[in-house]
Design a protein around this ligand. Sequence first.
Ligand code: ADP
Ligand code: F6P
Length: 323
Amino acid sequence: MAEQKSIAVLTSGGDAPGMNAAVRAVVRAGINKGMRVFGVYRGYNGLLNGEIEEMNLRSVSDIIGNGGTMLYTARSEEFKQKEAQERAADFCRSQGIRGVVVIGGDGSFRGARALTAAGINCIGVPGTIDNDIACSEYTVGFDTAMNTALEMVDRIRDTAQSHDRCSIVEVMGRRCGDIALQTGIATGATAILVPEVEYNIERDVIARIINTQKTGKKHFIIVVAEGVGGVRDLAKYIERRLGIEARATILGHVQRGGSPTVRDRVVASQMGYEAVSLLDHGIGNRVVVMRDGKITNLDINEALDMERVFDKKLYKIAMSISI
Ligand code: ADP
Ligand code: F6P
């Protein structure tokens, strides 16, 4: 009788709502295809420390609606070394594991590429709230994070409005302004600052506030991506320059938690399923992606070489209607 195929799944890098839904999909799809599926704890560290556990259909019951990741996550400096990658591959072989699904960001995909080179087929699934993976239009967690940010900014607006204040809100996104852009549009922010678009405080913040003041606006929301930063200084500058009260809020990790939205649960399920199908066909070194709204896959090297394209048209729309 042929040996039963074994695969593993891990989550790596920053956690994102919907990672659990992806883990569930991998476990269920794998078992459904007759495979043994192992959960690896704490990212690549689990392969170095032997922290794995065989999953069954019930191991992933009741997790689809949970934030965080039941497999925990980690950033493993050790795994960046070739020796550690070889050791992880040897450990997989010793357990009969022939393929690994890696749910994480592009750093995690570099790890997946290295582990594939060491002989274990890996498939990446984009999971990060930032939506900063060039090869995919969508990353699991983005929708939930935006909706959390939206709710928080709406709350901030209530108090800004009551006091005729300006509120400057920093949302996550170290290198990517997508959360800021979409949250900014959805909350009617007077100005949106993102790392992808060069800005000038006088032109892109102060003049925009003054213009809306002329038509009677008395409270203002400015959404700033983490990668731009400086929200406290910006609040002080606005107070000095315009004589209006300003307050800064950094939303921070609140955006990383919470129950995933429908979109995140469904996309995570589709992507997890696709990853298992590839491993089932003996295919590795690929990343599952969304392109033109469809779930497909790309070679990891090609995927990692791509450059992110910021949606300049959406930014232009935001600037032309938040007036
Ligand atoms: P993300 O996956 O969210 O981008 P990181 O960049 O922190 O997060 O990467 C997550 C983990 O992936 C790292 O801690 C490391 O274990 C692994 N990793 C990142 N870059 C590499 C690399 N060049 N080679 C091997 N492993 C890597
Ligand atoms: O998940 C991406 C991200 O949220 C970035 O926007 C942020 O800079 C980073 O992770 C913070 O991660 P941590 O606090 O886990 O180091």
